[in-house]
Design a protein around this ligand. Structure first.
Ligand code: SAM
Length: 193
């Protein structure tokens, strides 16, 4: 866990936290709701993993923010959101205890995306859903974004929607695409074995 907390991306977000909400637009609530609609159970308890200052949490009207950057967690708390410092690769949450996990503009910053997906599968209840919003590195804007993030020192690793869908399948989440293009949504529903 300490290694993930020290990753270069987390350090940058820690330092940038107080400015973050001033430069970011609101999260796309409609896209998130379309993703959550894939759940095969009622959705009450939601985790916003890599949730930062709580942008997606506020778009959804409530969730628990988990983020590795202390500064981001503090701003989320000041915004009135329930927030916990922790890493996506080792979620501080019991097995099968949440109905949905959302990951917005964050998966490409995680040190180990596959470990984060495995953790998500562990904490979801059967029928619960993971909703990832991220950027397609094959699009023109996606290539430009990846180049810009690397140029300023981020260690970003972007997945295509197809690649992410395959990775969801591998951890027991049945994938569905609800939005495509530069900014895409992949939902993954925890299988009822
Ligand atoms: C671009 S911000 C997105 C924040 C928020 N989801 C949003 O949409 O505004 C990426 C966030 O991922 C967090 N992050 C990076 N690596 C992480 C990890 N391994 N575990 C948890 N959070 C992480 C960063 O601290 C940062 O707050």
């Amino acid at each position: 866990m300490r290694g993930h907390l020290r990753s270069p991306d987390v350090g940058r977000f820690h330092r940038f936290a107080r400015l973050y909400d001033r430069v970011m637009p609101s999260a796309d609530a409609a896209a998130l709701e379309r993703g959550l609609a894939h759940a095969d159970r009622d959705v009450e308890r939601i985790l916003d993993v890599g949730g930062g200052t709580g942008r997606a949490t506020r778009a959804l009207g409530g969730a628990t923010v988990i983020d590795a950057a202390d500064g981001m967690v503090r701003v989320a708390a000041a915004n009135g959101d329930q927030s916990v410092r922790g890493v996506a690769e080792h979620l501080p949450v019991r097995d099968a205890s949440v109905d949905a996990v959302v990951v917005v503009d964050a998966l490409h910053h995680f040190a180990d995306g596959d470990a984060a997906l495995r953790e998500t599968a562990r904490v979801l209840r059967p029928g619960g859903v993971l909703v990832v919003r991220d950027f397609d590195p094959r699009t023109l804007r996606g290539r430009a974004l990846a180049a810009a993030e690397h140029a300023v020192g981020f260690d970003s690793q972007f997945y295509t929607g197809d690649d992410l869908s395959d990775r969801c399948s591998a951890v027991g989440l049945t994938p569905a695409r609800s939005d495509g293009g530069f900014s895409y949504t992949v939902a993954g529903v925890k299988r009822r074995d």
